[in-house]
Design a protein around this ligand. Sequence first.
Ligand code: 16G
Length: 236
Amino acid sequence: MINKESPIPMYYQIQEHIRENIKQKKWLMGEAIPSERILTEQFGVSRMTIRQAVQGLVDEGILMRKRGSGTYVSNEKVQQPLKEITSFTKLMEQRGMKASSNITVFSIRKPNEVEAEQLEINMSEDVYHIERIRLGDQIPIAIETSIVPCKLAEGLTNEDIQNSLYEFIEVKKGQALGEAKQSIEAIGASKRVAELLDLDIDSPILQIERVAILKTGSPFEYVRSQYAGSRFKFYL
Ligand code: 16G
């Protein structure tokens, strides 16, 4: 199960197994995971390695410890690491949830001044305007409005954004994602946001505005993500 000859560290291989167990629902949310002793036997590695693997997943928020009673698969809010660019689809997968999108806007238009400035493009260039309600296991978690320069995502289809925008950029366009500049604030849900996310008006919303940049240095997405505060949290 664990390849001790592999250059991939053993703790990391174990983490991948654990993620897979959660994804395939062999380990269920909110339930205790097997003890260190059992995992040590199961994976045929030292207790130290198991501890390192489990601690990493606790730090990521995928597992959680309960004092005196062991380690559990988190059933808390979906958590997103703030320092990385992670696609919504991947984030849900890591949690063993199925991501889906309801597309509410998909059009090509000219950018406004702020968008052009953030994306470092000319106001005469075309951009895709994409608005999606993002769901995890059919529960609405966020509304995301992404503005993407057409020249960086030529040929983007409805099907692509139904699935994963980042997969399109990385796999179909062969572009690596670099870093992001972002700001985060708490707001109350407007009438429209409340309706789309199935919340009460004025429920807490975490709003992130960010510019994601390709490894080449070109800004490729100016996005506003509005997360249902009751279903999502960020960690750093
Ligand atoms: C994340 C990003 C969003 C991006 C989306 C792509 C934040 C705050 N937001 O939700 O900018 O558009 O992932 O997800 O991190 P996708 O690849 O599943 O379409």
